[in-house]
Design a protein around this ligand. Structure first.
Ligand SMILES: [Zn+2]
Length: 266
């Protein structure tokens, strides 16, 4: 081999080595740059995540506060249900409220839902009882004669009045005061045209002196159904409704159930 050839190879080799070194150095500085970039990106992500966690923590705190307030509200509702039940008991209506009403810790979200559901069921039951018991007025009119002893409007003698009289316009609608079955619909001496409705809990309501009867015996009526129209049939001195309540055969003063006043209120 000639000396000049050897020199040529030497130069070529050197050039190759330096190029490779340059390439490698360029490449490695690119790697570092990329790594730095990636790290800063990760830092940013971490900061964002931390921020998100803080926001979530705040939300959780707010929610737990809301939950506590909700539990307090539910407890108040529970007390009201108990009070309503007591009022009914005072009136002699004993009902068994659906299970529940026991306080359940707020931490147990699912049980809190069950607690609310049981209160809801209790309210439904109370509403049903309210519709089954003759509470309220059968006709909008002034009371002209109360329950108990009074002077008889026909002969002036002391006599027992078995219900209350409500002043009415001729053919003013008369409503059933509770859900029940029509036990009687027809003429009865003294009462004139009379409707008797049999309700739950031993109650019966009487609607007397009607001008017209709108229901037939055996029919199921809902509270608020128009059962007839006011008149003056039977032993009556003028257009009015004679309204009477009996419980297990005994006369009850309708005033006790007529209004949801201080003594009747829930
Ligand atoms: Zn009367």
């Amino acid at each position: 081999m000639r000396k000049s050839n050897l020199m040529k190879y030497y130069i070529i080799g050197l050039t190759l080595i330096s190029f490779t070194a340059l390439f490698l150095s360029l490449n490695s500085s690119g790697d570092v740059k990329q790594l730095k970039q990636k790290l800063s990106q990760k830092d940013e992500i971490i900061t964002q995540l931390k921020k998100q966690i803080q926001e979530k923590d705040k939300k959780i705190q707010e929610l737990s506060q809301e939950k506590e307030a909700l539990v307090e509200k539910l407890k108040i509702i529970e007390e009201k249900i108990k009070k309503a039940n007591k009022t009914l008991k005072r009136k002699g209506i004993r009902i068994r409220l659906p299970q529940g009403g026991r306080f359940i810790p707020a931490e147990e979200g699912k049980k809190l839902q069950l607690y609310a559901d049981s209160l809801d069921k209790n309210i439904d039951k109370l509403l049903k009882v309210m519709a089954d018991v003759p509470i309220g007025v059968p006709l909008y009119g002034r009371i002209t004669s109360r329950f108990g002893y009074r002077r008889d409007p026909f002969n002036g003698r002391r006599a027992f009045h078995s219900g209350i009289d409500l002043r009415a316009r001729y053919k003013q609608p008369v409503f059933a005061t509770a859900n029940g079955y029509v036990e009687f619909a027809g003429w009865s001496s003294g009462y004139g045209k009379l409707v008797i409705i049999r309700h739950k809990y031993g109650y019966k309501t009487y609607y007397g002196h009607l001008a017209k009867i709108r229901v037939k015996k055996g029919r199921w009526v809902k509270a608020g159904t128009v059962i007839g129209y006011a008149g003056s049939t039977g032993r009556s001195t003028g257009v009015h409704l004679h309204y009477e309540i009996r419980r297990y055969g005994k006369l009850v003063n309708p005033l006790r159930l007529l209004y949801l006043n201080r003594t009747n209120s829930f």
